[in-house]
Each structure stands twice: as C-alpha cells, then as structure tokens.
Ligand binder design. Structure first.
Ligand code: NAD
Length: 374
C-alpha cells in the first residue's frame, strides 16, 4: 500500500502558509505516495485547489487527519486534531515543544511519531531541510520592508533637482539567518547599514554584505555555533557601544535570539529615548519576548515619536514563497524515508533521531521530557 501523505488548512489565527504546495505534491506522487488534501488548504498562500494536479481531495479536514500515514503541518496541530489522527501516524512540522506541553502529551499518548522541524540538526547534509533558516530569511527580508514603509525617509541616497537626500542609517542587531537577510535587503534598498552580533564569526559575513560591523569588544560564542547568554559585565560593555549606534540609526532591526530561551533584552527604554523622533525599530524577536524593553508582540508602540514594531509570524506575510520553501524543506526531510511509495524511517539516521519529538508513546527529546516532568 502506498503511504498516504496529508495536509489540512492551518487553523492557527493569521496563519496563511500551507505545508504542501503543488510542485511538492507532484514530487511526492512521483515517489509513489498518495497525497490527500483538505480543499482550500493552500488558498491563503495563493495556491488554489486547481493547481494541485496530483492531489486527491478529502471532503473535510477530519477525513485527512483520519487517513494520513504522514501529516504535514506548518503550526503545531491542536489537541483536538491530534485526537483525530490514527494511532501510529507520523506528523512533521513546527511543534514548538517548549510552548505546547498539552499537544506534546497528546502526541505521546496517541502514540504518534512526531518530528519537530525546529530540532533538525544544523549539519551540511540537512541544510535543504532547514525550515528554521528558510523562514528566518523571510522574516529578515520582511522586517526591513516594514521598517522602510514606516520611516518618513528614503532608504537610498537621492540626487534630485530638489537637492541631495542623505541615505538612511540602518542598524541590524543579531546577524544570524534573519539578520543577514535583513542586512542584504537594506543594502539593496540603498541604506547605509551597520550590524552587530555577539558571535565574532559573523564579522566577516556582515562585511561581505557591504555593512559595517559594530565592534563592542564582547564575544559570546557558545556551543554548536549558537550564542551563549552574556554575563552582567559583558552586557554593560556591549550596551555602552550599542546605545550610541542605536541613537544614530534611522531604522533598527533586531533579530537576536538564544535557542530555547526568551529573547535577550538589548534595547532599553533609555536607549529608545536617545533615538530621533520618526525613527523606527522592528523587533523580529517580538514573539520570544522582544529584544527591546518596550516591544509588544503584534503591536506598534510609539515612544517619544519612535515607532517600535513587534511583528508576529512574519513568514505568513510572504505566504507564497514561505510555503514554497517550507514544503521543499519537508520534501527533502521526508524523501529519504520513501521507498517505492512506502514509508521506511532509518532510525540510525541522526536527522530523524535528533528531530524526533515523540515515538511509540515516549517523548524522545530530552529537554521536552524534562520540562514535562518538571
Ligand atoms: P538564532 O535565530 O538563534 O539567533 C540570531 C542571532 O542572534 C545569532 O546570530 C546570535 O548569535 C545572535 N544573538 C544572540 N544573542 C545576542 C545578543 N545578546 N546580542 C546580539 N546578537 C545576539 O540564530 P540562527 O539565525 O538560527 O543561526 C545561528 C547559527 O547557526 C549561525 O551561525 C548560522 O550560520 C548557523 N546555521 C548553520 C546552519 C547549517 O550549518 N546547516 C544552518 C542555519 C544556521
């Protein structure tokens, strides 16, 4: 029997992406799978049903959930959706294991094999599966467009009959995947860009994109290429230099994050007070608590004439490409487990082992297991 791979319309508020796009459905069908989709699943990402030539259509979401051997999702399934899956089914998607305890318990109790794309190891072989990176790049791009559209200034230098317009100064804090894309986008729009990250390794990447690296003299390289948390002394030193660069910027885009922890607070109220009225701060880390003390997720806070924007789910604002990239990530993850249309997971493969959240009634991811027990 060929494996049945399913996707349903996302039910989370403001989620416009879809886990399966037509191009990926065709590739799954070529690999021998049967693909079952809820009508309208791709509509909000501008993939109408008519484009899914190789899909079969269910009458409702419940039918997909009950029939799928493998269910692909963007946002975590709700407990109610998990109850409708067949026991032993496989679910792949953003599982948000830190935040979704009830859902993880339901996956465990229903004996669902779940893979959390956040846990896919960041090894070279898995780059094409790296959904965190594909979606972070979108967030960085979109954050700069939001900054540009709120700023009462041009980004580029203009020489006009009405005189010369000076280019805007953009500061990007956090030069990971989102930050690097933010730098590239701001540069393409003609701004003068500075960037800062606690990881010294980013210095060359920042420079290669045509931006200046802000050197605070503090390095916080941690395990696995990620940042570690800074000491109080290091934070104060970092702050001194950063505050002066924040005050000089027309637009600040912050993307700093430490895996599994609330976003580091880098911009204080007093730093915002030093910014010029009309300047803009876009806090890409808003959903993790924000890099700025004044950020409120999903809101625009105006403080002394400075707009502090806390966007939520930026990738959903670019739903077409975000879905395309995400669906390709899922295909690259799943394809090695498809053998002539049948599902055969290689449990010696570190990609499957490390990204597995629940399997055969057990929570496999240690930190999540500890959080549940704690
Ligand atoms: P992330 O989203 O976890 O963090 C974003 C950035 O914030 C990071 O660059 C981090 O150093 C920075 N940061 C944290 N605390 C900060 C602070 N107090 N002040 C300033 N900046 C701070 O990171 P990410 O974008 O997911 O990527 C993290 C690393 O993983 C990068 O080195 C990236 O190149 C690497 N990576 C590797 C692969 C791969 O090899 N397959 C894929 C993607 C990313």
């Amino acid at each position: 029997m060929p494996v049945t791979i399913g996707a349903v319309r996302e039910i989370a508020p403001n989620e416009t992406r879809v886990a399966l796009v037509p191009e990926v459905v065709e590739k799954l069908a070529l690999a021998g799978a049967r693909v079952l989709i809820e009508p309208g699943a791709g509509a909000r990402a501008y993939f109408p049903d008519s484009l899914y030539k190789k899909a079969e259509w269910a009458t409702c979401a419940g039918e997909v959930l009950a029939a799928a051997d493998v269910l692909l999702t963007v946002q975590p399934l709700s407990v109610d959706q998990i109850q409708q899956l067949k026991s032993g089914a496989v679910v792949i998607g953003f599982m948000q294991p830190h935040a979704r305890k009830a859902e993880v318990k339901a996956l465990r109790d229903r004996r669902i094999t779940s893979f959390s794309v956040e846990l896919i190891p960041r090894i070279s072989r898995a780059q094409s599966m790296d959904a965190l990176s594909s979606q972070a790049a979108i967030a960085g791009y979109k954050a700069v467009l939001i900054a540009a559209s709120h700023l009462p200034k041009f980004f580029p230098m203009l020489t006009t009959a009405a005189g010369t317009i000076r280019p805007s100064q953009v500061l990007v804090i956090g030069a990971g995947v989102a930050g690097l894309q933010a730098i590239a986008t701001a540069r393409r729009l003609g701004a003068v860009v500075e960037a800062y990250d606690v990881r010294g390794a980013t210095k060359e990447q920042v420079k290669s994109l045509g931006a200046r690296f802000v050197d605070t003299g503090v390095s916080a390289e941690g395990a696995g290429g990620y940042a570690r948390e800074l000491t109080a002394e290091e934070k104060a030193k970092q702050q001194e230099v950063l505050d002066s660069r924040i005050a000089a910027a027309d637009a600040v885009v912050t993307t700093a994050s430490v895996p599994g922890r609330p976003a580091p607070k880098i911009i204080s109220r007093s730093a915002v007070q030093r910014m010029r009225p009309g300047s803009v701060l876009v806090d890409v880390a808003a959903e993790q608590g924000g890099n700025c003390e004044l950020t409120r997720a999903g809101e625009v806070v105006v403080h002394n004439g400075v707009n502090i924007i806390g966007p939520v789910n930026l990738p959903a604002q670019l739903a077409y490409n975000a879905s395309e990239m995400y669906a390709r990530n899922l295909l690259n993850f799943l394809k090695p487990a498809l053998d002539k249309g049948e599902l055969k997971i290689d449990w010696t493969d570190e990609v499957f082992v490390q990204s597995c959240l629940t399997h055969e009634g057990v929570v496999k991811h240690e930190p999540t297991l500890k959080a549940l027990e704690g």
